[in-house]
Design a protein around this ligand. Structure first.
Ligand code: NDP
Length: 316
């Protein structure tokens, strides 16, 4: 262990809506929080464009700007926001220890985990190049921009089914690309998808390339049974093949579900370790919205405040 150790009352790791909101509340509660931003300061919203569903921005806001606003608000409340990435944790005894950038160790009485999740991508060059220009991993966030247009969605789980249904209400047609001859989604969701007239399912089909120069104009798909290649003209390409919670650091230490989402006590942000709280997408596989993440960040700060108060009281 390096020699350099800094002790704080409240440490927050992660800098999306959950982390920054936790920092705002924790600062205002006098907990003097330190927040480490992680590898992608601002989180998933920094790779989106317009955000129109976050209350309080009547004209919408660009995702990266919204995260700058969150950060500035947290700073104004007194939060100590720092570059740095949590590389190791030791939660075996109090105060808890978190290593930053493989060097410095932080000691903290309360730890708030807000490390988020990352969308899985197909990893096609064209998909990455057009990300934010018609390629999106969130239909609820971006579907609205393609109202009345034809769009495609890849995936066959509950998320893909839910998002295909959502898009079918906004878009003239939804082309759903499924790589096998069956869907993984729950039967009821599959039935709804199949019963929706403007959703066309392409079974046994892989995405070859997303087409477009500055914005998405189509997608080329390959039927892996017939070897037939088809080009579908579309305005947007949605990827719904799952998310990966950024929880590797806590594996074997904090209780998680089989997909790696941190388990919290329902209705709270409490994990199985006293004084360790989780908020945002790292513990939410259902809603995954900026506003729900922010709400859970608030819960984590309030839970931490109460916990630290009790700790103080116990010390006498
Ligand atoms: P899942 O892991 O359940 O499904 C991912 C889907 O993407 C699978 O159909 C998979 O195909 C497909 N896929 C993966 N990689 C590729 C690829 N490279 N190319 C093409 N297709 C690919 O993820 P979800 O996000 O759908 O769901 C995660 C969890 O959250 C699940 O437990 C789900 O039930 C739950 N959930 C619940 C909801 C609810 O209750 N309302 C809403 C949303 C999610 P294949 O089947 O061939 O492996």
């Amino acid at each position: 262990m390096s020699e350099e150790i800094e002790k704080v009352q409240c440490l927050i790791v992660g800098s999306g809506p959950a982390g920054y909101t936790a920092a705002i509340y924790a600062s205002r509660a006098g907990l003097n929080p330190v927040l480490y931003q992680g590898l992608q300061p601002g989180g998933q919203l920094t790779i989106t464009t317009d955000v129109e569903n976050y209350p309080g921005y009547p004209d919408g806001i660009m995702g990266p700007q919204m995260m700058i606003d969150f950060e500035n608000q947290a700073k104004r409340m007194g939060a100590d926001i720092r570059w740095g990435y949590a590389t190791k944790v030791d939660l075996s005894q109090k105060p808890y220890k978190v290593q930053i950038d493989e060097e410095k160790w932080m000691e903290t009485d309360a730890l708030i985990i807000a490390t988020g999740a990352s969308a899985k991508w197909l990893n096609l060059e064209s998909e990455q190049r057009l990300n934010g220009h018609g390629v999106s991993a969130c239909a609820v966030c971006d579907g609205f921009f393609f109202k009345g247009q034809e769009v495609a969605i890849v995936g066959a789980g509950d998320t893909a089914a839910e998002e295909a249904l959502y898009l079918s209400k906004l878009c003239s047609k939804v082309h759903m690309i499924v790589r096998r001859d069956e869907m993984r989604a729950s039967v009821v969701m599959q039935e709804r998808v199949k019963a929706t007239e403007n959703i066309e399912i392409y079974w046994n089909t892989e995405t070859k390339e997303v087409l477009g120069d500055k914005k998405v104009s189509g997608v080329t798909v390959l039927n892996n049974k017939t070897n037939e290649e088809t080009t579908i003209p579309i305005g947007a390409f949605f990827v719904a093949i799952g998310h990966k919670p950024n929880s590797d650091l806590f594996k074997g230490v904090i209780d998680m579900d089989e997909a790696g989402y941190i388990k919290t006590v329902p209705g709270t942000s409490k994990t199985n370790i006293e004084g360790v709280f989780a908020c945002g997408d790292v513990q939410d596989k259902i809603y995954r919205q900026a506003v729900t993440a922010a709400g859970s960040g608030c819960m984590a700060a309030l839970d931490a405040e109460r916990y630290l108060g009790e700790l103080e009281h116990a010390k006498g």
